[in-house]
Design a protein around this ligand. Structure first.
Ligand code: FES
Length: 231
């Protein structure tokens, strides 16, 4: 082989070689004339597809059950809980509102309501804070808390959680203050609306679940549900 042929003869490219699509041409043992997929490949593919379908039949309903409620939005409701004269500035009055209509007692919850008191309520004043409505759902694991007027504390019977007059945790395991509800005055009536969560400075956040802190990185680690909106 001389130098010219080495330099100028085309180099054979093994990748450029076209493979036949027929199994017979590819000299596969047991191949049939006109066959393009071996039986082994065909059976393997069929088994894989069947496996994926079977796994999907189990996994997809479980995922839907787990994550479906996250994306289910509930319509905002406003419920009248009394007249403006019925509530005090220095004590809460328990009222019962319906959170989920149509399921009887299970859809109801207790809310503690009082008139805003400028001497103790330091969070920004707006039309939603003329009356303070505090949820009875403990911010630890969700047990119902009870307002004890003599101690001016909300007490949780489950794990000893204690909250002050503003609903901020002062003892036990709760990770954030008690949730609140938007309020508004229509005529002479006080109405309670959607729930929202607050951090230790009583800054408002979209509703969170119990056990989800809202201070520091907690507000980013536990984002609100996509369907949780302000009214
Ligand atoms: S549920 Fe209230 S302290 Fe645990």
């Amino acid at each position: 082989m001389n130098l010219a042929s080495i330099l100028f003869d085309p180099v054979s490219d093994k990748h450029a070689k076209q493979k036949s699509k027929y199994t017979v041409d590819r000299m596969i043992p047991g191949a049939f004339e006109g066959e393009t997929v071996t039986r082994r490949h065909f059976m393997t593919g069929t088994a894989n597809v069947a496996g994926i379908v079977a796994a999907g039949a189990f996994v997809l309903p479980a995922l839907g059950f787990a994550f479906g409620p996250v994306f289910k939005s509930t319509p905002h409701r406003w419920e009248t809980v009394g007249t403006v004269d019925a509530f005090l500035e220095d004590n809460y009055l328990p009222v019962v509102i319906t959170l989920t209509p149509g399921i009887g007692e299970a859809g109801k919850t207790t809310v503690y309501v009082r008139k805003r008191n400028p001497a103790i309520d330091t969070d920004p004043y707006d039309r939603s804070t003329r009356f303070i409505a505090v949820s009875d759902r403990c911010a630890h694991l969700g047990c119902p808390v009870r307002w004890v007027p003599a101690a001016e504390r909300f007490i949780c019977p489950c794990h000893g959680g204690v909250y002050d007059l503003l609903g901020r945790p002062v003892g036990g395991p709760p990770v954030r203050p008690l949730d609140r509800f938007y309020t508004r005055v229509v005529g002479e009536e006080v109405q309670v609306g959607p729930r929202y969560s607050v951090n230790s400075e009583l800054r408002r956040f979209s509703p969170r679940d119990p056990g989800e802190p809202l201070d520091g990185v907690g507000q980013y680690l536990y984002p609100s549900r996509p369907t949780a909106q302000k009214p």
